[in-house]
Design a protein around this ligand. Structure first.
Ligand SMILES: [Fe+2]
Length: 537
């Protein structure tokens, strides 16, 4: 999301070192990437990395960033942790990978342990550990924990997906986005961790690369982040938050990124400001590596340098197919100078893309062939039109969101309509506010067919406390009759889905600038299967 002011890059004197870091990381990938892929795929033991150390003691508690799990299939899930480098000080570890043990049980007391083993946390990945645990039972809750040098991690709860062929009675998941650490406490995550969820979907802006906002309750260290070590430090700050750790420990996550995991409003290799494409790509490689290191995702196939294909699909029985998208890495540059602008020739260039060719084909193929009851696009930026008028009555288009890429949006919505994709639901983050919108073949025609429904979830903290209604909300509601709801407070969405209907609850906290605010449902909407468009409950 565009920040409320424009700025130039803080010229970070360490920027040239980013290229060195990328070079060494590339070397590592060339040497170790395929091995790492094997490790992630098979949970091979530690000797795959050659030198690895088994520690009998540690210098400090190693699991300070907690545990996490993610990307469940019907028989597997990724388990994650990361060893605090402070735990390794003075132990002669040098640059060795570290053996870390894991235990998996069917109960939270670990009386019935079903799996133990060890994997390595390599220094090339910042001592993160990603275990793909396979051979699990479908739709089953598991508990896991890690051990190192006599220390034991917090316990995580995870859950596998149902078999693709299974008839699923109900599935309940939360949707989060936009968690600027300085602008509020992650109270919403404390509440989310108690919701007994099957899944938590994160739509990006998990970290922010810079400081902004007027009311800051806690601070990032340093200037705008650029190098791999910068990004690692920023993730460490965010993930030290106990509420965020609780949410990670409570359920498996499916995470995608938006812009702030790299640079505000970047587009492919084009930065927000005056960084060159080479500089942005070096920065992107560092940022993408840190994203992998700190999130419970499978190592993306095809990862090389600054390229990291993270778009992927989750299948929840017969009920739901979720395509998790990336609308940053492959997009054409924002048209007309970005921001909310009148249309210009670049805006009307039909060759511009948000998804890129490969992701678009992958998505369109699935939308044409899916047999799931509900078909979800979990993505970053608002798809329904959200235009306004300037003082001369000319239409202003928000160029960073789907309004800025109208040809590809038309193509997508026409494809959904033509191929009769069952019950399309678009889930969105990015703009720090709650919205419900009808997705239409023509947003400027009140009689145009509704082909899908969009739920936009607000931020966890970004934007501060917020308020129910704002001038921005009033203006955009008035100008966009296909938009049914707005709220400008903080929180998350909870979707409760069965084969008859999709209920979306907007869960909000009234304050994020003080700790401990209660959670409440501000509004609920329902979509009935077979009938696009949401109704207020
Ligand atoms: Fe954001």
């Amino acid at each position: 999301m565009s920040k409320p002011y424009s700025r130039k890059l803080d010229r970070n004197p360490t920027f040239s070192s980013a290229n060195k870091l990328v070079a060494s990381r590339r070397q590592f990938l060339r040497i170790g990437g395929s091995l790492l892929g094997m490790l992630a795929l098979s949970g091979l033991p530690s000797n795959v990395f050659g030198a690895s150390k088994r520690l009998s003691r540690v210098a400090a508690y190693p699991f300070t960033l907690g545990v996490a799990s993610g990307d469940p299939t019907s028989d597997s899930v990724i388990l994650w942790t990361r060893i605090d480098p402070a735990a390794l000080i003075g132990l002669g570890v040098d640059n060795d990978a570290i053996d870390v043990d894991y235990e998996v049980a069917t109960d939270s007391n670990f009386t019935t342990i079903i799996r133990t083993g060890n994997i390595v946390a390599p220094p090339q990945l910042g001592y993160s550990a990603h275990l793909e645990l396979r051979g699990l039972s479908p739709q089953t809750v598991y508990f896991y924990r890690w051990r190192l040098g006599g220390e034991i991690s917090p316990v995580g709860r995870t859950k596998t997906a149902p078999l693709a062929s299974a008839s699923v009675q109900s599935f309940r998941f939360a949707v989060a986005s936009c968690q600027q650490y300085e602008q509020g406490f992650f109270t919403a995550y404390d509440h989310m961790s108690k919701e007994d969820l099957d899944l938590i979907v994160h739509l990006g802006d998990y970290i922010y690369e810079s400081s902004w906002g007027d009311v800051l309750v806690r601070r990032h260290e340093g200037p705008e982040i650029v190098t791999l070590n910068d990004y690692r430090a920023r993730y460490t700050t965010y993930k030290s938050d106990a509420d965020l750790q609780s949410a990670h420990a409570s359920a498996p996550w499916a995470i995608t990124w938006d812009d702030h995991e790299v640079d505000n409003n970047y587009a492919s290799d084009i930065a927000e400001d005056d960084q060159t494409p080479d500089q942005l790509l070096a920065r992107r490689a560092a940022a993408y590596q840190a994203f992998y290191e700190f999130t419970p995702i499978r190592l993306p196939v095809g990862r090389q340098g600054p390229d990291m294909p993270i778009y992927r699909r989750l299948r929840i029985g017969n009920l739901l197919e979720m395509s998790v998208l990336d609308t940053r890495q492959y997009r054409s540059d924002q048209a007309c100078g970005d921001g909310r602008k009148r249309s210009c020739s670049a805006h009307m260039d039909s060759s511009r893309t948000l998804l890129g060719d490969a992701q678009k084909k992958w998505l369109f193929d699935s939308l044409a062939s899916t047999d799931a009851v509900w078909n979800v696009l979990a993505q970053q930026i608002m798809m329904a039109s959200l235009t306004s008028k300037d003082e001369q009555g000319e239409t202003l288009w928000p160029m960073d969101i789907w309004d800025g890429y109208p040809f590809e949006r038309d193509e997508l919505l026409n494809h959904i309509h033509d191929r009769k994709t069952p019950n399309p639901i678009v889930l969105t983050g990015d703009i720090h506010s709650n919205w419900v919108a009808d997705l239409k073949l023509n947003f400027e025609d009140a009689r145009s067919k509704i082909v899908g429904t969009e739920f936009v979830g607000t931020s966890i903290t970004s934007g501060g406390d917020g308020s129910d209604m704002t001038t921005y909300g009033e203006t955009l509601l008035a100008n966009n009759p296909h938009v049914k709801h707005y709220n400008g407070q903080r929180g998350y969405m909870v979707a409760t889905v069965n084969d008859k209907n999709w209920q979306n609850d907007f869960r909000i906290v009234d304050k994020v600038t003080v700790r401990g605010a209660p959670i409440r449902t501000q509004a609920s909407f329902v979509v009935e299967a077979g009938e696009a468009g949401a109704k207020r409950m």
